[in-house]
Design a protein around this ligand. Structure first.
Ligand code: GRF
Length: 177
């Protein structure tokens, strides 16, 4: 069973749901994330774990990991989740947490990968699916696909289209491992 962590729109969550993958719990750090609406519409249990309600990040992550475990989660997907995970969470799901990132890592880690690629003037960027560790987009790369920057007007749309194809495919493979 898959747990998905979200912070925003949730189009990658939607791609996982549309692919028929067994998403059984969705956790967010923000209660205004549209992804929570998508989860509820799909009938998937969803909850918010805001930092404001906890002493620190470690405590929040521990509570969130325990909630996911209660829902039988064995594989965690970060789909636009904008916080780093701490050791108490990472230790619960060793080598079973994946993230989708809109660049060819190790190029352009962090929250502004598309803007950073445009500013750097590279010809090609892309999408990376990788395992999650304590670093900022530093875990082992599982899959990458290149996307040309031009035409720039459609770059974001083309990156999302690749994400929505690649992430469910990799998650499907990981389910079998
Ligand atoms: C995606 O571009 C993903 O690569 C990045 O954040 C974005 C999330 O989009 N980590 P969405 O919330 O899945 O629509």
């Amino acid at each position: 069973m898959i747990g998905v962590l979200v912070s925003g729109n949730g189009s990658n969550l939607q791609a996982l749901l549309d692919a028929g993958l067994p998403v059984s719990a969705v956790a967010s750090n923000r209660n205004d994330a549209h992804a929570l609406v998508r989860a509820r519409e799909a009938g998937v249990p969803a909850a918010t774990f805001s930092l404001d309600c906890h002493a620190d990040r470690e405590e929040r992550d521990l509570v969130m990991a325990t909630w996911l475990e209660k829902h039988g989660i064995e594989l965690v997907v970060l789909a636009g989740y904008m916080h780093l995970l701490t050791k108490p969470f990472l230790d619960r799901f060793p080598d079973r947490i994946v993230n989708v990132h809109p660049s060819l890592l190790p190029q352009f880690p962090g929250g502004h990968a598309i803007e950073d690629a445009l500013a750097a003037g590279v010809e090609t960027t892309g999408v990376t699916i990788h395992l999650v560790d304590e670093g900022l987009d530093t875990g082992t790369v599982l899959r990458q696909e290149a996307v040309p920057l031009d035409p720039r007007e459609t770059l974001e749309e083309r990156l999302h289209a690749v994400e929505h194809r690649l992430l469910p495919a990799v998650v499907h493979e990981m389910m079998a491992m």
